[in-house]
Design a binder for this molecule. Structure first.
Ligand SMILES: [Zn+2]
Length: 409
């Protein structure tokens, strides 16, 4: 039994913090939250004094690319270094991310099932993972690997990551099944271009028609997989919402058509804005990327405000990977800058994020019976959300009842 005592507890539900709480952990679960003193616990209990610190649920990033490390083409095509070096780089990032307080990551493409297995078997350490394998798009979409000229790439693909290109309507269902066969927990697709996609396929340029997206969503749901859809604006955003995806990723132009947020609220479609990546894109060396990112910025902030007002859940995702792996909690700071309260930003990175991942029954809050994924931070994130972004402040990380990082000594 472990007890975290004298803690300020922010339990992730949105309730006000509790002073001097004791969190009792038995095995991999939270057994109780109490205000008992040390003498009340069994003699063999491991007591951790958290005076002056805050305990939160383990943090969750709903949109990351753990196996991507840069945006340049050679890296995206996997020809810049041996696969072994890249895998070890990815393993290092998985460890750092866990040690920074992130106990669940939903990977939005690029991470193969072997990493999840290696963590489960104890070969390496990292957060719990929900993986999507490859991004599904039609020809010319963001899942279609090609040179900026439009030429197809002759570099062979990674067999661990089946191609996500659905060439016709009849291809859509088999591609979804292939992802599931390769280990996908969630289906990632794209109905528009993005800030960093090739010239000619920008944020309002669509990919997939409604029939194709309905087939994709139907097949994914038949296989009990949620659909996370990269969609920024225009007709592609319309089609994604109409087809009934489970989350809109990026959603920069959701401020433009009030029907979009209305329908999302009605259907429980979650909004994952991924603000952190656009800070990077606004400074991109590529003019077309910089211009797109600057244009969408104000829309994105308004979209978040309107989403909250419309009752759409807004959750944290960094889209880390191409822009390196900065502290994932930088996204919580971005959400506060965009108008969320610090408490809402914490919910966006804990309980709301867990619900987006379908894990709300076991993760996302510090409550009796939940799995013991916890983070202990120096300072008060309600006073300054940025404390979560500095790993030096992350005193203790617990995953499944086991200490994953300890900077208390
Ligand atoms: Zn992404």
């Amino acid at each position: 039994m472990k007890v975290l005592k004298n803690a300020r507890l922010i339990d992730g539900t949105g309730d006000a913090p509790v002073a001097n709480a004791a969190i009792v952990i038995d095995g991999n679960k939270i057994k109780a939250i109490s205000a008992k003193t040390e003498s009340d616990f069994p003699a063999d209990a491991e007591i951790v004094n958290c005076a002056g610190m805050t305990v939160l649920p383990g943090l969750i990033d709903c949109h990351d690319h753990m196996a991507n490390h840069r945006y340049d083409l050679a890296h995206r095509w996997g020809i810049d270094e041996p696969e072994s070096a890249r895998h070890l780089r990815t393993a290092a990032v998985l460890r750092q991310t866990l040690e920074a307080g992130y106990t669940l990551i939903r990977d939005a493409g690029g991470l193969d099932a072997g990493f999840k297995r290696a963590i489960d078997e104890g070969l390496t350490v990292g957060p719990r993972l929900l993986i999507s394998i490859s991004i599904i798009s039609p020809i010319g979409g963001i899942g279609d690997r090609m040179a900026p000229s439009g030429d197809c790439c002759c570099v062979p693909g990674d067999p661990l990551l089946p191609s996500g290109v659905a060439e016709t309507l009849t291809d859509v269902r088999p591609v979804v099944r292939r992802m599931v066969r390769a280990g996908a927990d969630v289906i990632k697709c794209a109905t528009t271009g993005g800030a960093s996609s090739r010239p000619g396929h920008g944020p309002r340029d669509s990919a997939f028609n409604l029939d194709e997206m309905q087939a994709l969503v139907d097949e994914a749901h038949a296989l009990d997989r949620r659909v996370m859809c990269h969609a920024l604006g225009g007709r592609g955003l319309d089609i994604a919402i109409e087809a009934g995806v489970d989350s809109i990723e990026h959603g920069c132009y959701l401020d433009e058509d009030p029907r979009h947020l209305e329908l999302m609220a009605k259907r429980g479609i979650v909004f994952v804005p991924t603000l952190l990546v656009y800070e990077y894109h606004r400074k991109s060396p590529q003019p077309h990327v910089r211009e797109r990112a600057q244009h969408l910025f104000e829309h994105h902030i308004v979209a978040i405000k309107k989403a909250l007002a419309a009752g759409v859940k807004v959750v944290a995702g960094t889209d880390a990977g191409g822009h390196g792996h900065p502290a994932n909690a930088g996204e919580l700071r971005c959400l506060v800058d965009a108008g969320m309260t610090p408490m809402q930003a914490i919910q966006a990175g804990t309980s709301w994020a867990a619900a987006c991942c379908g894990k709300e029954a076991e993760l996302g809050t510090v409550e009796k019976g939940k799995l013991a994924d916890l983070v202990v931070v120096n300072g008060d994130p309600l006073a300054d959300i940025a404390v979560l972004g500095d790993a030096n402040n992350i005193a203790l990380v617990m995953k499944d009842g086991q200490v994953a990082a300890n900077r208390m000594k």
